[in-house]
Write a protein that binds this ligand. Structure first.
Ligand code: NAD
Length: 349
């Protein structure tokens, strides 16, 4: 499909499902404006401008780094006067890939509850019913919003264009949760090169392209953003009872990618860009549509998995909301290149 057509279709869908009808026209107008002039620095807000944790390390003496250091005290300005101020996302804009359902949708709802304006991107034409239910639960007075746009993360041109338009619409992007992923149960000897490439294209390349597209907007608007990759405990162990060699390797690659991007984007540069944190969240087994499909394919798998962790049960997607909020908020301001493993003790014995 031509990229322009997909762009229009995507935002027309976004308009029908979640956003005002004029959404994509407004985005185009904003883009035209920015093409004519250098991007304006956004007005101070709760994140990005006011919150500039000094991620630049000890040695640098540039003007921007000195500025960032001076601003460190501002990190704490409303702590103590406001409930859970470190977790407040009000004024921030967030992208969640794989946000039509399952884990991505629950994490998106967590960000909305904290006041974030959230854009869920997913290859599904329309999000699942739970998305609509999550929208109905929103309390507008908390400042958050939940929007949907159909994008396949393997279609790089459309992905880049949609993320750029989100940046231009709000003059900022503060965070990304990259949760789009696929899984395949298949013995290694039966894997074709095409099947390997397909898995890696979504779980690794699509995730990396989502991160770079978002990071470009963070750098453009000088936002000290935060990126959370949804990896998996399968990136650090082989899952007993599940033959998925390529999926597990793709998650290991994601954990390593996070360390490298964290290193590349962590310091604040002389032009004020940078200060971007990158971490992984590695869940254990969660009951989502992806896993329910595994249970249909492999009888007895659920019972095997329940036995394999210290809590003796599988997790629910909402049990990770707090973790994603932590990683995207200033509560985790000094954490980057890390991997937060939440697996009911599965990998601890
Ligand atoms: N369910 C688990 O036990 C578990 C455990 C650890 C990690 N994870 C990871 O969590 C993430 C979410 O998984 P889930 O269990 O909610 O699965 P899910 O299948 O319910 O959700 C995945 C979402 O990603 C979307 N998606 C897939 N390919 C895409 C593409 N090319 N472009 C855009 N969107 C695409 C799907 O449409 C779907 O909405 C995945 O990265 C998965 O690997 C899941």
């Amino acid at each position: 499909m031509a990229s322009r057509a997909l762009y229009s279709t995507s935002f027309a869908r976004a308009g029908r499902v979640a956003a005002p009808a004029s959404w994509w026209r407004a985005a185009a107008a904003v883009r035209q404006f920015h093409e004519a002039k250098p991007p304006a620095r956004p007005a101070p807000r709760a994140l990005g401008e006011v919150v500039k944790p000094d991620n630049s390390g000890g040695g640098g003496a540039s003007a921007s780094q000195a500025g960032a250091k001076r601003a460190v005290h501002e990190l704490y300005e409303d702590v103590g006067s406001k409930k859970l101020a470190d977790f407040d996302l009000k004024g921030g804009v967030y992208v969640v890939t794989g946000g039509a359902r399952g884990l991505g949708l629950h994490l998106a709802e967590g960000l909305v509850e904290a006041g974030g304006k959230v854009w869920c991107l997913d290859r599904l034409p329309e999000p699942d019913l739970p998305f609509q239910q999550a929208k109905q639960r929103i309390k507008p007075e908390w400042g958050g919003s939940l929007n949907y746009c159909q994008v396949d993360v393997t279609d790089n041109e459309s992905l880049e264009r949609v993320i750029r338009s989100i940046g231009e619409l709000h003059s900022r992007i503060d965070g990304l949760v990259a949760a789009a992923g696929i899984q395949k149960i298949c013995p290694a000897v039966e894997y074709s090169p095409d099947d390997v490439a397909k898995m890696m294209q979504v779980n690794y390349t699509g995730l990396m392209m989502s991160a770079t597209a978002v990071a470009r907007q963070m750098m453009r608007y000088k936002i000290r953003g935060s990126i959370c990759f949804i990896a998996s405990m399968s990136g650090i162990v082989a899952n007993k009872g599940l033959i998925s060699p390529v999926y597990n390797s793709s998650k290991a690659a994601v954990i390593q990618l996070a360390r490298n991007l964290a290193m590349e984007w962590g310091r604040v540069k002389d032009d004020g860009s940078g200060g971007i944190r990158v971490n992984c969240l590695s869940p254990g087994h969660i009951i989502t549509p992806m896993v329910e499909e595994n249970f249909r394919e492999v009888p007895g798998l659920r019972e095997t998995w329940e036995r394999e962790n210290m809590l003796g049960r599988l997790s629910r997607p909402e049990e990770y909301k707090g973790a994603a909020l932590f990683l995207l908020s200033r509560a985790s301001g000094f954490m980057t290149g890390g991997n937060l493993v939440i697996d009911g003790g599965h990998t601890a014995w």
